[in-house]
Design a protein. Structure first.
Length: 281
């Protein structure tokens, strides 16, 4: 929806889960010399201020990245994530939070490419400003990423991470995500596709993981993090999930260590838990 601004939620528990996984997958892609593309269907602004504006009003980052910021006992997947966020804050104070595009930009090599979509008229201008010096390595498109990525698949190097993470404020986003993923696999079956989704009481959210698994019976990983019990009034986010098609073989191992730690650090009540499932090819 055009009213949605991710800055309100920057650095929250959902971002922790999503970005820790995205970083690990990009690092894995970079282990081979051959180039890859990073494609983001809902890129947002790229970088968010935490001490002013929308993020400061909600301060959701305090119960997300804020609880990991000073830890020196994190498993590797989480330690790498915190290190990337700290790279944007070299003085040690937590002032800025990197969105997925900025994290990808930091990890990408000279031969790799980035393709970003953003529909929100204000967010796209901030995104363009944040990547004003990127040149042709980072192409930014003002438009609907669900439709836009069709023209990009398969990417020239035949290696890519595609991140699909709409706001889901419009319940049609669930069906559009499923369609986008199914269509992407037809065009580029060997790509890595990562889908973020919210855990809310809405029926579409509750059945979404099973619908994602039905797209292909093997070659997937599903990780979810619940930080509290579902709210009695049925409103609000109580966790989130990441579903990955063609995941790196190391991801399940790293999440098996990281997810219990996230429950311990980010859990708000007895409802905090995690789920980790994967099916190999």
């Amino acid at each position: 929806m055009l009213s949605y601004r991710h800055a309100f939620h920057a650095g929250n528990h959902a971002d922790v889960l999503k970005h820790a996984i995205v970083i690990q997958m990009l690092q894995h892609l970079g282990l081979k010399d051959k180039s890859y593309w990073y494609i983001d269907t809902h890129a947002g602004a790229g970088v968010y201020a935490l001490t002013e504006g929308f993020a400061a009003k909600t301060a959701e980052f305090e119960t997300g990245i804020g609880r990991l910021w000073e830890r020196d006992d994190l498993p590797p997947l989480l330690a790498d994530y915190v290190a990337e966020v700290k790279a944007l804050n070299p003085d040690g104070a937590m002032r800025f939070y990197p969105g997925s595009p900025y994290l990808a930009w930091r990890i990408m090599r000279e031969q790799d490419r980035m393709r970003l979509f953003e529909l929100h008229s204000t967010e796209i201008e901030v995104l363009r400003h944040n990547f004003r010096d990127a040149g042709r390595r980072a192409m930014i498109y003002a438009g609907d990423g669900f439709d836009g990525i069709k023209a990009l698949l398969p990417p020239p190097p035949r290696r890519a991470l595609v991140l699909i993470d709409p706001s889901y404020e419009d319940k049609r986003d669930y069906a559009r995500t499923l369609d986008c993923l199914a269509e992407g696999l037809k065009r580029f079956a060997t790509g890595t596709y990562a889908v973020w989704y919210p855990l809310v009481t809405r029926m579409e959210s509750q059945r979404f993981a099973d619908q994602l698994k039905a797209i292909r019976p093997t070659g997937w990983l599903h990780a979810s993090l619940t930080v509290k019990k579902p709210p009695e009034d049925g409103l609000g986010l109580f966790g989130s999930g990441m579903f990955v098609l063609n995941p790196p073989y190391t991801l399940a191992r790293d999440l098996k260590e990281a997810l219990p730690r996230l429950v311990e650090l980010l859990g708000e009540d007895s409802g905090a838990s995690f789920k980790l499932e994967h099916r190999g090819d």
